[in-house]
Design a protein around this ligand. Structure first.
Ligand SMILES: [Ca+2]
Length: 402
C-alpha cells in the first residue's frame, strides 16, 4: 500500500445538511499539484474468491466549480429534495456547453483534495438526530414488492427518503461528464490490483450518450504504455456524503476481464489510509461471473481478499449485462443494506466485523464509477472478450432521510 499524500490544497467548502440523516458536501477545489497517491489495494492476497480492493484516489481535481447551479430536481423530488438537488449541481437540461468546455480546454492539472479538507468536509455533524437505524425494514418491504427496478421505472421517488443529489446524465451526445460532480482519473498504474487499463479524461472513454445516460467505454488500444483505456469517475471534493441511500441504474459490460464497479471510499483516505478509511462497494462484477454481482465492505482487518462480501444473482441466472438494473445501498448508522432492483440481499452491521476490527462507516464518503480491465480478481481479457465494452449509467442518486 503506497498511498501517500504530499501536497495540500486550498479549498472552499460548503456543507449542505439536509433535514435528514444525510449531509451532502459539495466543494470547490483549487488544487494544482499532481496527485502522487495511489496504488492502494489488495497486495498479494486477492485470491480468486476474494473481493477486490480498489485503488483509491488518483483523481484529477477540477478547478473551481461553484455549487449552486442546476436547481431543477427530477420529477418527484419534492420541495426539500429539489432544494438540496439544486445545491448538488444537477446537470439540468443539456447544459452541455460548460461541461464540454471544462473537459476539453480548461482542465487544470489537479491533484486530490487535501486530506484535512476532505475530512473536515465530511459533514457528519448535524445529522445525528435522525441517523438512528430505525426503520431498518420499514421502507424496504414496500419497495421489494412494489417496483420493478430492472424494468427501469426511473422515478426518483423513494418512500422514506428524499432526494438530495442526482446526476441524471442528461445532455448532448458526446458531452463530457459534469465536472461539478465528478473528477476524471487520468492515470494507469494498475491501481494496486495489476489492472491493465489506462483511465483517461477523454470523451472517448466517458461521455453522455445524448439519450440520458453516461457511457463509460473500455477500449482496446495502445495508450500510454497500456493496452486498454477506460474511465473512472470520482466525486471526492465535490459530492461527499455521510449516510443515505445511494443508487445507480446501469447496464454493465460483458466479457472476461471486465470489472465494472460503483463504489465509495472514505474521504479520510489521505489521512488514515486504506482500508482504514472504509470502502463500500455497492456493485462489482467480474466478467467471468456474468450472472453474479457483489456488494462488499472493506475495512481494517477485513479487506483485500477477506472483506465482508456478499453476492447476488438474478432469477434464472440471467446475465446482468443484458439489461439495466438498479444497484443500491442504504447506509445508516451501524448498518449498510445492499440491494439489486430493490431486493435486499445483504445487511451488514458492526456485528459482522471480525473480532478486534472496527466498523469504519460513520464518516463521509465519496462516490466512484469505473470499468477496470484485467487485474487480480477478474483476470485478463481473453480471445472471447470483445471490445469496446460499455457501462451505461442512467443516473446516480443519493437520498437522505427526511
Ligand atoms: Ca438518465
Amino acid at each position: 500500500m503506497t498511498h501517500a499524500m504530499t501536497h495540500t490544497s486550498s479549498r472552499r467548502s460548503t456543507r449542505y445538511t439536509a433535514a435528514s440523516a444525510l449531509s451532502l458536501t459539495l466543494l470547490s477545489l483549487a488544487c494544482t499539484s499532481e496527485s502522487p497517491n495511489d496504488g492502494l489495494g489488495s497486495g498479494g492476497n486477492a485470491s480468486a474468491a476474494g473481493a477486490p480492493s480498489h485503488g483509491g484516489g488518483g483523481a484529477t481535481a477540477q478547478g473551481g466549480s461553484a455549487p449552486g447551479s442546476g436547481g431543477a430536481g427530477p420529477a418527484g423530488a419534492g420541495a426539500s429534495g429539489a432544494g438540496q438537488a439544486g445545491s448538488g449541481g444537477i446537470h439540468a437540461g443539456n447544459g452541455g456547453g460548460s461541461a464540454t468546455a471544462g473537459a476539453s480546454g480548461t482542465r487544470p492539472s489537479g491533484g486530490r483534495a487535501g486530506s484535512s479538507g476532505s475530512t473536515s468536509a465530511g459533514g457528519r455533524g448535524g445529522s445525528a438526530g435522525s441517523q438512528s437505524a430505525g426503520g431498518d425494514d420499514g421502507n424496504d418491504a414496500g419497495a421489494v414488492n412494489g417496483e420493478s427496478g430492472a424494468a427501469g421505472d426511473p422515478t426518483s421517488e423513494r418512500p422514506g427518503w428524499e432526494l438530495v443529489f442526482s446526476d441524471e446524465f442528461e445532455g448532448a451526445k458526446g458531452t463530457a461528464v459534469d465536472t461539478k460532480n465528478w473528477n476524471l482519473v487520468n492515470k494507469g498504474d494498475g491501481f494496486g490490483n495489476n489492472e491493465l487499463q489506462y483511465y483517461t479524461n477523454r470523451t472517448d472513454n466517458a461521455a453522455l450518450d445524448g439519450e440520458g445516460s453516461l457511457v463509460i467505454k473500455a477500449i482496446e488500444e495502445s495508450y500510454m504504455g497500456r493496452d486498454y483505456t477506460s474511465a473512472r469517475l470520482e466525486s471526492n471534493g465535490k459530492v461527499e456524503l455521510t449516510y443515505g441511500r445511494v443508487e445507480s441504474r446501469m447496464r454493465i459490460p460483458y466479457g472476461q476481464g471486465l470489472w465494472p464497479a460503483f463504489w465509495m471510499l472514505g474521504t479520510d483516505i489521505d489521512s488514515v489510509g486504506w482500508p482504514d478509511c472504509g470502502e463500500i462497494d455497492i456493485m462489482e462484477n467480474v466478467g467471468k461471473e456474468p450472472t453474479t454481482v457483489h456488494g462488499t465492505l472493506h475495512g481494517p482487518g477485513y479487506s483485500g481478499g477477506s472483506p465482508l462480501g456478499a453476492s447476488y444473482s438474478l432469477p434464472g441466472n440471467a446475465r446482468f449485462a443484458d439489461d439495466f438494473h438498479v444497484y443500491a445501498v442504504e447506509w445508516e448508522k451501524d448498518v449498510v443494506r445492499f440491494y439489486v432492483d430493490d431486493t435486499l440481499y445483504k445487511t451488514r452491521t458492526p456485528a459482522d466485523v471480525p473480532s478486534g476490527a472496527h466498523w469504519v462507516y460513520d464518516h463521509s464518503f465519496y462516490l466512484l464509477l469505473n470499468v477496470a480491465v484485467g487485474g487480480q480478481w477478474p483476470g485478463s481479457p481473453d480471445s472471447s472478450t470483445t471490445f469496446p465494452q460499455t457501462l451505461t449509467v442512467d443516473y446516480v442518486r443519493v437520498y437522505g432521510r427526511p
